[in-house]
Each structure stands twice: as structure tokens, then as C-alpha cells.
Design a protein around this ligand. Structure first.
Ligand SMILES: Cc1ncc(COP(=O)(O)O)c(C=O)c1O
Length: 390
């Protein structure tokens, strides 16, 4: 039975072959760190790191590679924004669709006196940007939104949200876990102050590396939550203030840098437009097939536009965990079931506490795989119906 991988929202798989090749080259032929030596292999590492920052900036619409901070992962990038920015007495706005990578740090900050509100979203997970305006207070110091939902695939209108934040002079941050590498992102054009991305999802790189892009103004005021050796300004015992060293302490994940650089090159060569078209076409095809299947509920929008290829299904006559297990064991289809680390999103979508079975598509997903998934869902629902009648 062929395996059909439909868990790309968790982590993309497979990766472009160049990713593993670049990581292997680093491990076998380079081995050096950045900012610490001037020999040839150290310069190789330096150049690869610079190429990565430049590639990420081109992809994400940021004009200054020095403000592209490489992180040890997306959750860390989000914590760097929240913990480094919000102080007791500050107020923060998030959407009603956030992942726990935002909600847990925010609850921890709330225990220390930070306040927050959730901007309401409709039953398809969509936020009306005007809702931001209604919740702004004099002490609102940050608006942070999940750009694309990891539960429903719904993509928010970041440009509109950015305009409102600019109007009130409030820093605007985006969690682009589900959109980086899938959608056009325009850091400068959307007036973003901070943007965190994982390397291992739509960018198709390895895990354990991500990027935090900052505006110069925000970077100047953001407190680094990790300080330490940077290989630069070694005469000083205080953290350098210049970028990106201010936020990059410790020896970085160099195999990850090489892998992500190759991945970003692949994404750029393929083109965001082609990546997005492929995903939209497959999502439309999958949704069209699902529409005809009774006794399932879609958690999210039926319209394939303004969404990514994350399709969550709530089985009405089969337990969702059992459905996911049967998809794997009877059909070879790998999905994720449960709450996907986003209980708030499920409360918005009406799928709390039962959760959903999530099918998430990627660049390497084929139309045949999507059809196989839809047929499996139809067959499972039909079998459950027959058993019920007996
Ligand atoms: C919307 C969203 N935010 C944050 C995260 C956390 O990302 P990571 O586990 O790569 O740190 C995820 C992961 O699924 C996500 O989908």
C-alpha cells in the first residue's frame, strides 16, 4: 500500500533533495561556524548564512538582510517577540485562531500583568480587520495574528490589519507558520514590525531553524530574551546592539542553515506563484470531492481562495481519532487528528473538544493522492452508515 503523506501543516515532507545534500556537504566538508574564524570553510559558512538571509528577505518582502534573525525555530521566534516586547501593564491583541505557540507565552505573560484580548473570527476562522479597531486600548502595544490557520487553512487579510495598526501606531506581528513558502508575504508593504517563520513547513527546510524578521525601529526597542557570545565585539561583556548579533547568541544551527538555504533557493526557483497555484488547485479538487460526502463537517471555508491547503474534517458518525487511525492503517493516508495545539481555533470553529482530522497538502502532493484521500473518506463514511443501519 503506497503511503500518502498529508501532514504538511505539521512539517513538510518530502523535502527537495538539495536540502539533505546541502546539510551533508556542511557536515562532511565544511564544519565551521560563522563569526568565529576567517579560514576558507568559515567563509563558506558565512556566505551561505548571508545567502539565506538575503533569500528569506526576498521571499518575505523585507529590504534588509541584517534584520533577518535566524532562530532555533518558529516557537522561539514567537517567544522572542512576546517576551521581549510586552511588559506588565501592556495590552496585546491576538486573533481567536491562535496556536499555543502564541497563547501559552501570552498566558505566562498574563500571570505577570500583561493583558490580552482575542479579536473575534467567524465560524470559518476569518477575522474582520475592523474588529481590531474595536478592541484597541490606550495601552495596546502589540497586535499579533496567525496569518494562516493550522486548523482551518483560513488566511487573514494581513495588509488590512497592518493598515489599522499603522493608523494607531501599534506594532504589528505575524505568525506565518502556515503561509511562509505558500503565499506572497510583504513585510515592508504590510507595515510589519515582526514576522516569524519556521524553516520546516512551507519553506521545505529542516526543523530546528526559523527566522524572525524585524523592522529596524522594533528591533531597536525589542529586548533580546537570550544573550551571550556572538563571536563579535568580544571585548565587551554586554550584548552588541547591532543587527543581527543583538538577537543571535551562541553557535547557530549550521547544518540547518545549509539545509534551509538550499530549501529557500528551491522555493525561489519554483516561485511562490507556482507553489500557491498548485496548492489552490489541489485544495479546490479535494474540497469539491468532500462536498459530496455526507456526515462530515468541514471546519473552515469551502472557498479554495484565501486559504491554504489545510483541510480539517469533523466526522459526524466516526470518532475522529479512529478515522485518522483507519486512514493510516486501511488506506496508507497520514493525517493528524485532535486539536493541533490550537484549542482557541477549535472553539471558534465549533470543533472543541472533539477536534478534527486534518489533511494538509504540500508541493509534492499529487492530484491522485488528493483523490485517494477523498475516496477513503467517502468509503469510511459509507461503511459507518451501513454498519449503523444493521
Ligand atoms: C500557526 C502556527 N503557529 C505556530 C506553530 C509552531 O511552529 P513550530 O512547532 O515549528 O515551532 C505552528 C506549528 O504547527 C503553527 O501552525
Amino acid at each position: 500500500m503506497p503511503v500518502v503523506y498529508l501532514d504538511n501543516a505539521a512539517t513538510s515532507f518530502p523535502k527537495p533533495p538539495a536540502v539533505a545534500a546541502a546539510m551533508l556537504r556542511y557536515m562532511q566538508e565544511v564544519g565551521a561556524s560563522i563569526n568565529r574564524g576567517v579560514y576558507a570553510s568559515a567563509q563558506d559558512a558565512e556566505l551561505t548564512t548571508l545567502l539565506l538571509r538575503e533569500g528569506l528577505c526576498r521571499l518575505l518582502g523585507h529590504s534588509d538582510p541584517a534584520h533577518c534573525v535566524l532562530t532555533a525555530g518558529h516557537t522561539i521566534g514567537l517567544n522572542m517577540i512576546l517576551q521581549g516586547w510586552l511588559k506588565p501593564g501592556d495590552h496585546c491583541l491576538v486573533s481567536a485562531m491562535e496556536h499555543n505557540a502564541v497563547m501559552r507565552p501570552l498566558h505566562a505573560l498574563a500571570a505577570a500583568g500583561v493583558q490580552f484580548d482575542r479579536i473575534p473570527c467567524d465560524r470559518t476562522g476569518r477575522l474582520d480587520p475592523a474588529g481590531i479597531r474595536r478592541l484597541i486600548r490606550p495601552n495596546t502595544r502589540l497586535v499579533l495574528l496567525a496569518h494562516g490557520s493550522n486548523v482551518s487553512g483560513t488566511v487573514q487579510d494581513a495588509a488590512a490589519a497592518g493598515r489599522i495598526c499603522q493608523e494607531y501606531g501599534i506594532p504589528f506581528a505575524l505568525d506565518a507558520a502556515q503561509t511562509a513558502g505558500h503565499w506572497e508575504i510583504d513585510f515592508d508593504g504590510w507595515g510589519l514590525s515582526a514576522l516569524s517563520v519556521p524553516g520546516h513547513k512551507g519553506l521545505m527546510g529542516p526543523s530546528g531553524i526559523g527566522a524572525l524578521l524585524l523592522s529596524p525601529e522594533f528591533a531597536n526597542k525589542l529586548t533580546p530574551i537570550i544573550t551571550g557570545g556572538t563571536g563579535s565585539a568580544s571585548d565587551l561583556e554586554i550584548q552588541p546592539s547591532y543587527m543581527p548579533d543583538r538577537f543571535e547568541s551562541g553557535t547557530p544551527n549550521l547544518p540547518g542553515i545549509y539545509g534551509l538555504q538550499a530549501a529557500v533557493e528551491f522555493v525561489e526557483e519554483t516561485g511562490i506563484a507556482a507553489l500557491r497555484d498548485h496548492e489552490t488547485l489541489l485544495t479546490a479538487r479535494f474540497l469539491e470531492r468532500l462536498r459530496d460526502i455526507p456526515r462530515i463537517r468541514l471546519a473552515g471555508p469551502w472557498d479554495p481562495v484565501n486559504r491554504v491547503g489545510v483541510v480539517s474534517v469533523d466526522f459526524q458518525t466516526i470518532d475522529n481519532a479512529e478515522a485518522a487511525s483507519r486512514l493510516e492503517h486501511d488506506y496508507g493516508i497520514l493525517t493528524r487528528c485532535g486539536l493541533h495545539c490550537a484549542p482557541a481555533a477549535h472553539k471558534t470553529l465549533g470543533t472543541f473538544p472533539q477536534g478534527t482530522v486534518r489533511f494538509s497538502l504540500g508541493w509534492f502532493t499529487t492530484p491522485e493522492e488528493v483523490d485517494a484521500a477523498a475516496s477513503a473518506v467517502a468509503e469510511m463514511v459509507c461503511i459507518a452508515g451501513t454498519l449503523e443501519k444493521r
